[in-house]
Design a protein around this ligand. Structure first.
Ligand code: ADP
Length: 423
């Protein structure tokens, strides 16, 4: 089987989000953590999503990583590529959204692409080229003060222009609202005057449907995850994938479960409190872990003494004041690293204890845990919450289930819901 749509995502939980949305179609979706190695001879799924970590990397490194991902996808038959970034267009003035798009366009011989981070269901809409988060422009939203990619302008054309060499244009909402044919005609008009990079307005999922129909034959599509919702149906209609669902089956896995949480975001804090009320819990303290004492040994011992099948959670999740205190003593990176290292060891221990169901909270944390479990190839199953699917991977010939939840995703009872879904 060859790939119908090859996707490249600029971060890990963004990749999982896109994979979950594509998997809603019932078609098989593969999620690869990093570019697969040459030895990886696993058969590709009709939808493959490669998760990279290149959002804030220097442009050259992002170009190299995305180039390699494109190589792999095209070598495995991908006929179209999808470049996925955040619905808040997270990028620096130097890139990487524009430069990567332009390089992929050159690679594919594409004269034009679109930029559509809109995700109306989550309050991200684009009107007259301006990106809104809820009811405020992007540059008035909390993204204004993001530590790595502060967004100080809401106008996507202005954000894109310094990132690309080609001309940037716009399709205003009244044109998009007239539907797919009209949007396609506007795209052709813009192509005729040499406009390579087009920002279409989108304020509803219906707008995204019109846009995705208009671009369904584009060699490169770029956007957030919501734009991809209709692509499986459109690709099936034009025969790029076998008609309807190959039905993603949830493979059976062993039992034994654990929640590992390294996220300190508000929703995760509520989720940890909710779950800990009825589960055995063990808290990791970054200061104790960093002191070189026996904090990690104690956590490992605690885990070894637990009933494999009972509800349990290990977390470093803490209130902002505690996080700040740990960061002040250890530095932000080291505080994060000691927690990630500990959770990685504990994930691997958990597998050795026979645990086959893992709920992981935190984007960086997810990276550490998947690496520890050598889970670089996941098949995507049912969605637990919007954008968060159960995934399945093999280790030592055994299948295990894992879900990777970024900070603010899911409802308060997410951990219980996730595990209940496997019963
Ligand atoms: P999110 O998806 O919520 O951003 P991440 O896992 O990406 O979660 O990031 C959380 C970071 O905070 C990780 O690097 C983690 O190791 C670190 N961390 C977790 N607990 C603490 C703590 N108590 N003090 C300081 N840093 C912490």
């Amino acid at each position: 089987m060859s790939i119908a749509l090859g996707c490249i995502a600029d971060d890990f939980t963004g990749a999982s989000d896109l994979a979950a949305i594509l998997a809603r179609s019932g078609h098989k979706v593969g999620l690869r953590i990093g570019v697969p190695s040459d030895e990886d001879d696993s058969p590709p799924a009709p939808f493959e999503v490669i998760a990279l970590k290149c959002r804030t990397e220097p442009v050259n490194e992002a170009l190299e990583a995305t180039g390699k991902a494109a190589d792999w996808l095209l070598a495995h038959g991908a006929r179209q590529l999808y470049w996925k970034y955040c619905s808040t267009f997270d990028s620096t003035p130097a890139g990487n959204i524009g430069p990567v798009s332009e390089a992929l366009m050159t690679r594919l011989g594409a004269k034009q692409t679109i930029y559509c981070p809109a995700f109306p269901e989550n309050g991200r809409s684009i009107y007259m080229g301006n990106l809104f988060v809820g009811d405020v422009p992007l540059d008035e939203s909390p993204m204004r003060d993001h530590p790595l990619t502060p967004m100080r302008d809401a106008n996507l054309m202005r954000l894109l222009e310094p990132q690309v060499a080609g001309k940037v244009g716009h399709i205003a909402w009244p044109a998009v609202a007239k539907g797919a044919d009209h949007t396609a005609a506007r795209l052709r008009e813009l192509a005729d005057i040499g406009i390579a990079h087009v920002v279409p307005d989108a304020i509803s999922q219906a707008d995204l449907t019109a846009i995705s129909e208009a671009v369904r034959d584009f060699p490169l599509i770029t956007g957030g995850s919501a734009l991809a919702l209709d692509l499986p149906r459109l690709l099936a209609a034009k025969g790029s994938i076998k008609s309807t669902g190959e039905d993603i089956t949830a493979p059976s896995t062993g039992k034994g479960n654990i929640v590992l949480s390294g996220s300190c975001s508000a929703m995760t804090r509520a989720q940890v409190a909710n779950y800990s009320a009825a589960a055995a819990s063990h808290r990791l303290d970054p200061l104790a872990l960093a002191s070189g004492g026996d904090a990690l040994a104690a956590a490992r011992q605690w885990l070894a003494s637990q009933d494999r099948d009972a509800a349990k959670i290990i977390y470093a999740t803490a209130e902002p004041a505690d996080v700040a205190a740990a960061q002040e003593k250890l530095g932000r990176d080291r505080a994060g690293q000691v927690v990630e290292d500990a959770l990685a060891v504990l994930a691997s221990d958990a597998f050795d204890h026979g645990i086959r169901r893992f709920v992981v909270a935190g984007g960086e944390t997810s990276g550490a845990v998947t690496q520890a479990l050598a889970a670089d190839r996941l098949s995507v199953g049912r969605e637990i919450a919007p954008g968060v699917p159960w995934c399945y991977a093999d280790r030592n010939g055994e299948t295990f289930a894992i879900t990777l939840k970024s900070g603010n995703f899911g409802t308060e009872d997410f951990f219980t819901r996730a595990l209940d879904m496997l019963h």
